[in-house]
Design a protein around this ligand. Structure first.
Ligand code: ADP
Ligand code: ADP
Length: 227
């Protein structure tokens, strides 16, 4: 379980991005952070993998303050997916997906087999393995991004508006795929979106943030009060 305990983030320019946020994020389920642009969703996600340090409060992973662990070990336990996939442009699909396994010392053939397995898991035709990112549609790039994040089998997936830049039909396919993957693999997913419909569809728990980085509601979708 990830526990966000009274966490505040104030940036050096004085902006309060997150204000005394407390959330218990259960294991093996999807927790969605939703709210308007600027309400602190990305900042919260980045604090979980220590790309941003809180100004106050603490974050616990399985009962331990995340600052106790070496930052590299922490990040290896968390796959990260962003809006425009952030793929390495000069690497093929299979090389993108196998990046982390290769860094972990897997040999080429094992990393490649893992890459192909993951392409199938995220619904990508393995015939695309040798393409470069620019040769893929937006939706295909996002699938590669998800496969890459899953490559080293991290227990946690952090996803920052991963499907917001693709058209509605492709987005629906990606959402369905994520639900299937999460159910199969039992990942703990923290998913950021500004789209309340997406939050309701995907979330086991939904945290509604509002302006100033304050928590407005935290509940399963069926119990959310309409604002
Ligand atoms: P969201 O993901 O909900 O759009 P962010 O976490 O990106 O929100 O931003 C929350 C607030 O913090 C916004 O007011 C944003 O402008 C501000 N902010 C984000 N990053 C920085 C930064 N590096 N320096 C200063 N202010 C920032
Ligand atoms: P979308 O409308 O979803 O963005 P695209 O028009 O970018 O899709 O691509 C449609 C199909 O054409 C996809 O299957 C994609 O893999 C393929 N494709 C796009 N660009 C190239 C390219 N430069 N070389 C080979 N195939 C491509």
């Amino acid at each position: 379980m990830i526990v966000i305990d009274a966490v505040t983030k104030r940036y050096p320019d004085g902006t309060t991005a997150v204000d005394r946020l407390t959330l218990e994020i259960p294991d093996r389920s999807i927790t969605v952070l939703v709210g308007p642009s600027g309400c602190g969703k990305t900042t919260t996600l980045r604090m979980i993998n220590r790309m941003v340090d809180p100004s106050g409060g603490r974050i616990l992973l399985d009962g331990h303050d995340i600052r106790e662990r070496p930052v590299n070990a922490l990040r290896r336990s968390m796959g990260y997916v962003i809006q425009h996939a952030g793929l390495f442009p000069h690497r093929t699909v299979i090389e993108n997906i196998a990046t982390v396994p290769r860094l972990l010392g897997w040999d080429r053939s094992r990393a490649r087999a893992r890459g192909l397995e993951l392409m199938e898991r995220v619904g990508l035709d393995t015939a695309l393995a040798k393409r470069y990112p620019y040769q893929l549609s937006g939706g295909q790039q996002q699938r590669v991004g998800v496969a890459r994040a899953l490559a080293a089998d991290p227990p946690v997936l952090l996803m920052d508006e991963p499907f917001s830049a693709v058209d509605p039909i492709v987005r629906k396919g990606l959402q369905d795929e994520l639900l299937r993957i999460q159910a199969d693999l039992g990942k703990t997913v923290v998913f950021v979106t500004h789209d309340i419909d997406e939050a309701i569809k995907l979330g086991d728990m939904v945290a509604v943030l509002r302006e100033g980085g304050r928590l407005a509601q935290y509940a399963p979708p069926a119990e959310l009060l309409s604002a």
